[in-house]
Every structure is written in structure tokens, then in C-alpha cells.
Design a protein around this ligand. Sequence first.
Ligand code: SF4
Length: 291
Amino acid sequence: MADGRRDPHPVTDGDRLDPHPVTGTPLPSPAPAGGGWPDDPAAPDTPVARTPAQVRRLAASAADVPALQARISVCRACPRLVTWREDVARTGRRAAFAEQPYWGRPGPSFGDPDAEVLLVGLAPAANGTNRTGRMFTGDASGDFLYAALHRTGFAALPTSVGAGDGQRLTGLRIVAAVRCAPPRNAPTPDERAACSPWLERDLVLAAPRLRAVLCLGSIGWNAAIDAARALGWEVPRPKPRFGHAAEVPLGLPDGRVVWLVGSYHVSPHNTYTKRLTPDMLDAVLRGLRTG
Ligand code: SF4
């Protein structure tokens, strides 16, 4: 089906409905667009990208953050990732969440639509965002991140469970280099390229108020640099190297400067080994608040 036309709902697991962990609403998995999932940004007639070219066209024409997030959340341009995210939602759930509905769609951004800071992650986790429908929500990485966002004044609550939990971000919005959960957390170069127009559009829509882009890990860092260059923003040469607390000025076409800031990723591999500690992340986040 061509983009711009009504999307048939993804095939759900028969008539099976599971109660949403926060609202208790019985829901199918994966979540049909506009099918009752709380805070679903999409409607049944949200246009669907089925090819990288359609991603580029639908991203470029998204007029605002809500329209962009709706289009992202129904994207089907990467066959391998669509199959993976929906298979996990139907039959590949982690045992602890077997009785919960799974979102099973790309992760829309989460946070303040008028944010001065964009936080760029890598990609959703199969049993995290792919389950809850919210960025960095439902896994150990998210637990570490939201606690830090709360300590530094960006998040209303120290935890993030899912739609309906009262969590709210101020001044910051979370996006990602790739919006679908990839097998082994490893998107292919083609999948990263296919998803890049969504990130570019997030940068364009945020640009009027944007002060900083915080990248968690080198993949988010590289994706943000590639997106900035594709938009004609001035990026220092040679290409700036990722590092924790690295700061690089990006020149916008209107002459303003947006700061590219690095942080080690909040993955358990980094936090359990103390490569990234709460104090280290708090220091970076506080710098964004005052910078
Ligand atoms: S990874 Fe990005 S481009 Fe690919 S299907 Fe998901 S949202 Fe679409």
C-alpha cells in the first residue's frame, strides 16, 4: 500500500487482549494505530512509510512534533525490524511481562515538544520501549536515566513505567538514532540510514529553541553529526570524537550555536561496571540546564 493511505493494522495475536500495566485497559499486541493504547500519537489514517524514500518524504512534510511522532510510530520501512518488533510483541515476550500488552511499534519521542535539549539514544530495547511504547522505559537503562533526569530537574518523577504514570519531562525531549528495536541491539547500516530522516526532522523542528543535543553513546553521537551535516549545519572538521562530557559547537544556518554533548550510554554494561556513575551523568545533565 502506498504511503499517505490508511494503514491496515498490524496482525495482532488473534483476539488476545492483555491489561495495560498502568491503566488496566485490555489491549492487543502489537498496538494498532489509534487502537486505544494510552497516549498513542497515531490515528488509523496516519500515513505509513514503507520504503526509505517514503520515510524521507513523510519526515520532511511533518509540520510539527505531534505529526512527526505519529508518522514515526507507524513506520514500516525496514522489513527485518518490523518482523522482529512484532514477533517479540506476539510470541517473544520476556517471561516477566508475558501477561502485558506489547507496543510492538517504533518508539515515538517522549518529552517536552518545546525542549531546548534533545537527548539522542541508540534504539529501543525489545522488552523496554518495544513493550511500553515510551523511550527508555521498562528496562535498567531507563531506570538509571529517569532517576538522573529527576535529580537534575528535567523529569517530574524518578521512574518511568508507561503512559498514565504521570511522568513528564520539562525542557528535554528523548529521541533515538533508530526508532525500532533491533535484534541484538544492532541495527544495520541500511537501517540506520533509512531512519535518519526522522532524526533530521526532529532536529529541524526543535531548532528554533534548541541549545544542546545530548548523545548517549557513540552511535547516537555519530547519528546526530550525520543528521546535522545533512541539514547543512556547520560541524567541525575533522569529525569530532565521541567522549564522555565532550562538547562540540554546531553552527546553525541562522548563526546560532547548538552544543553537541556526549555521555557514556546508560546501558547496564556501563552502569554496572561504574564506567558511568550517577554523579557523572548528573554532572553532564546539570551542565545542560545551566549552559
Ligand atoms: S527503524 Fe526507523 S525507518 Fe526503519 S522501520 Fe523503524 S522507524 Fe521506520
